[in-house]
Ligand binder design. Structure first.
Ligand code: CP
Length: 314
């Protein structure tokens, strides 16, 4: 099986094939299907999680497999006795048909990935680097909504694009699949250059640009012709950037009125907040409008993770 550690671990054809497989699997979203009896999926989560952890559990159970979950490895595994991550991965990989790792440090996680042997490894969110399965489910949700990704005008917006691992994966996935992508942030917290360089070097025709230093009015004007505004919640705690994070929050605030005005003119601006931490990126009343895709994405997250597991496990 093929590991999935970056959104760039798959070709565009593989991504689109995965969306089509997920569509078929939607039919069994609440059923169980004994596709992989006896298969073991192991989740090693060094950071808290609701959605990624539980939808990966759900997806494997619906495929008829089994799940081992290590939720607090720092206290309940031998990591507490100073076992290295590399040694742990090297052992646990031998119990498992597929591993899902969430880790606060992407450098350590990428190093540990060398120790899985033949066992496929899925990135469930690594440091500030990437969270590719979140991007998969959000790409799939747009694919289900529009029937395509190419040509969509999408803004990925955050007051902190350095730490927004979900935003890094999503911006790359969107651009590769032909969307017109703008990444909006304060210049001081701009997206790491590798995110754009990766895509431009592999897909010279990709449309991906950075836009900087908005205020609330200019930001809302900017998003008014977009098909989608993607708000990557920061899974990591903002830490030393917390103050700056809060201050610029108002400059990148999605107003309800912006979406209403567009809708009255016949244009839908969809919004996806990736959760979990709602730090004031948008008017929460948007949750109760058809503009918000975050909760529609939850059901899709199971189908696309089932598709990913099924394709990895063969
Ligand atoms: N969106 C997301 O990754 O949520 P969790 O941190 O709850 O998994």
């Amino acid at each position: 099986g093929q590991s999935f550690i970056s959104i760039n671990s798959m070709t565009n054809d593989q991504l689109l094939a995965l969306f089509e497989l997920a569509k078929k699997l939607e039919l069994m979203n609440r059923d169980r299907f004994d596709l992989f009896p006896g298969a073991v999926e192991t989740l090693l989560f060094f950071q808290p999680s609701t959605r990624t952890r539980m939808s990966f559990q759900t997806a494997m159970l619906r495929l008829g497999g089994n799940v081992i979950v290590e939720n607090s490895p720092k206290t309940t595994s031998s990591i507490a006795k100073e076992e290295s991550l590399n040694d742990m991965i090297r052992c646990v990989a031998q119990y498992s048909n597929v591993l899902v790792l969430r880790h606060p440090n992407d450098v350590e996680a990428r190093e540990a990935a060398k120790y899985v042997g033949d066992t496929p490894l899925i990135n469930g969110g690594w440091g500030h680097w990437e969270h590719p399965t979140q991007a998969l489910l959000d790409l799939y949700t747009l694919y289900r909504k529009f029937g395509h990704i190419d040509g969509l005008k999408v803004t990925v917006a955050s007051t902190d694009m350095i730490e927004a691992r979900t935003g890094h994966s999503m911006a790359q996935g969107l651009a590769r699949l032909g969307a017109e992508v703008t990444i909006a942030s304060p210049k001081a917290r701009r997206v790491p250059s590798e995110v754009i360089e990766n895509i431009r070097s592999s897909y010279p025709n990709a449309k991906i640009e950075e836009v900087f230093d908005f205020n609330r009015k200019s930001f809302n004007e900017f998003i008014s012709d977009k098909d989608e505004v993607y708000l990557p919640g920061c899974s990591a705690v903002a830490g030393e950037n917390a103050e700056q994070f809060k201050k610029s929050m108002d400059d990148y605030f999605v107003d309800h009125a912006t979406l209403d005005a567009a809708r009255e003119k016949g244009h839908m601006i969809y919004v996806t907040h990736t959760l979990p931490r709602r730090a004031g990126e948008m008017d929460l009343a948007i949750d109760d409008t058809p503009n918000q895709l975050a909760f529609e994405a939850i059901l899709h997250s199971v189908s696309i993770r089932m598709a990913l597991l099924a394709s990895i496990l063969g």
